[in-house]
Design a protein around this ligand. Structure first.
Ligand code: G3I
Length: 418
């Protein structure tokens, strides 16, 4: 449990904790490929953010301390190379997060150099860092149409695809069995544009195995790690635009089909890649509540708020981004089955949005989508996220409010998708 110590003493504690728990982790064989000491903050104290800023946001004022006070988990996607090479990054992740997810290190392309060879070093770095900082870990992801290794297309066939997917999940989920909070078992399998009645994306897995690949993946994951929460993760299901209503509907029908077949699924990941000014509303709340009626949790798995439509005024951009964080998270965190929030990165310095092939803002300026800016100063989005976490004190409004939580026995409302 985060004890709210100062970041400096935490630095020493972190290092001591890390070495102690890394030794414990070494016993599990995870750090076999890892030299001790990797993953912990190394260099001089953060020289960029001024002390007053740090004292405003660390220890008892950190995101993780506020989340813990409300029985929640908060965190971000991480890059193990940055954890090892950038002390400010490592310290910010250690101070602010109670759950981590590797941004890329557990994808097929990162793990599988060849059809026979796995390289777990980077993935292990993330798990060792998390364990040494009292953080949970999400796995991302076991089955996706993207980030497949170069040898995949010429090696995996209709005849062996089921075996490849099963063996991959047994090996990867099995390696971390008992250590994972949850897995994104299948990522982004729905694409309404495919025109299929079941809404499934035309993906290599659908082509090679058929629609049953999802069931295969979830059952293999449950068998490999019975303690992990198994998640279906997707994007573009947050808003009440027709396109996103349709996609959300197909995701709900997919989850219903899996549940009807007794497939082990525990949660839906709503990625939450938003644009400043987006105003998700009642449709998403009903979706979350229907999932709650089915006994499923909802994780906010990849939140960031791009500011590409806004003029080049940092204060204006930051204000609009923060409002979107505040409004969206306050609405979602009023729902009892939403207890886990991860942003897709912690600092604008390394956001994927500034690594795209084409500059996303018309003026070519880097985006500011995350709780800490390029220099590790907290942005207004940080305070908005923390306020939204604290809003759980009030929770959803009782009575006729459309956002009021379902009462036991009220029964599931007619699904908006039936
Ligand atoms: O590691 C290789 C490196 O060896 C090579 O030199 C370099 C040049 O091509 O590529 C590196 O791999 C890149 C990888 O990120 C690691 O940096 C891939 O090209 C690049 O495509 C990959 O992009 C990631 C993308 O998923 C695709 O896997 C982004 O960083 C990551 O933020 C993004 O995350 C996704 C989630 O997994 C799913 N939801 C959407 C989200 C945003 O697209």
């Amino acid at each position: 449990m985060h004890d709210g110590t100062s970041s400096r003493s935490r630095g020493r504690n972190t290092r001591r904790e890390f070495l102690k728990s890394a030794a414990a982790v070494a016993a599990t064989g995870l750090s076999a490929a890892l030299p001790l000491g990797c993953g912990g903050p190394k260099a001089k104290p953060n020289s960029r953010a001024t002390a007053p800023t740090l004292s405003q946001v660390n220890g008892p004022r950190s995101l993780r301390a506020h989340a813990a006070a409300h029985g929640m988990l908060v965190g971000c996607a991480v890059n193990p190379d940055r954890l090892d090479g950038d002390a400010d990054y490592a310290r910010t992740v250690a101070d602010q997060c109670s759950i981590l997810v590797p941004e890329n290190a557990m994808k097929w392309a990162a793990l599988r150099l060849t059809a026979q060879q796995f390289d777990f070093r980077k993935a292990d770095d993330v798990v060792v860092f998390a364990l040494s900082h009292d953080q949970k870990v999400r796995g991302h992801n076991l089955c996706w149409h993207n980030a497949l290794p170069g040898w995949f297309a010429s090696t995996v066939t209709r005849g062996n695809a089921a075996q490849f997917l099963t063996q991959h999940i047994q090996t990867v989920a099995g390696r971390y069995a008992g250590k994972m909070h949850s897995w994104d078992v299948v990522n982004e399998a729905v694409d309404v544009k495919s025109g299929r009645p079941d809404g499934l994306r035309d993906s290599p897995w659908l082509e090679l195995i058929g629609p049953g690949y999802l069931e295969l993946a979830f059952r293999a994951a449950r068998q490999a790690d019975p303690s992990a929460l198994l998640t279906y993760n997707d994007y573009g299901i947050e808003l009440d635009t027709q396109e996103q209503i349709d996609k959300r509907g197909q995701v709900m029908m997919l989850v219903r089909r899996l549940k009807a077949r007794g497939v082990p699924i525990d949660a839906v990941g709503v990625q939450s890649h938003l644009t400043a000014g987006d105003a998700p509303g009642a449709g998403l709340v009903h979706f979350v509540r229907e999932l709650r009626e089915m006994g499923l949790q909802v994780f906010i798995t990849e939140m960031d708020v791009n500011d590409r439509k806004l003029p080049d005024s940092v204060p204006e951009r930051d204000t609009a981004v923060a409002k979107t964080y505040r409004d969206y998270l306050t609405m979602m965190l009023a729902e009892p089955n939403v207890n886990t929030v991860l942003t897709w990165g912690i600092t604008d310095r390394y956001t994927w949005l500034n690594g795209l092939a084409h500059a996303s803002r018309p003026d070519g300026k880097p985006e500011r989508p995350l709780p800490f800016d390029y220099d590790y100063s907290p942005t207004p989005a940080f305070f908005a996220e923390r306020d939204a976490i604290d809003s759980r004190r009030t929770g959803a409004q009782p009575g006729g409010d459309p956002y009021a939580p379902f009462k036991p026995g009220q029964g599931s409302p007619r699904s908006q998708y039936e």
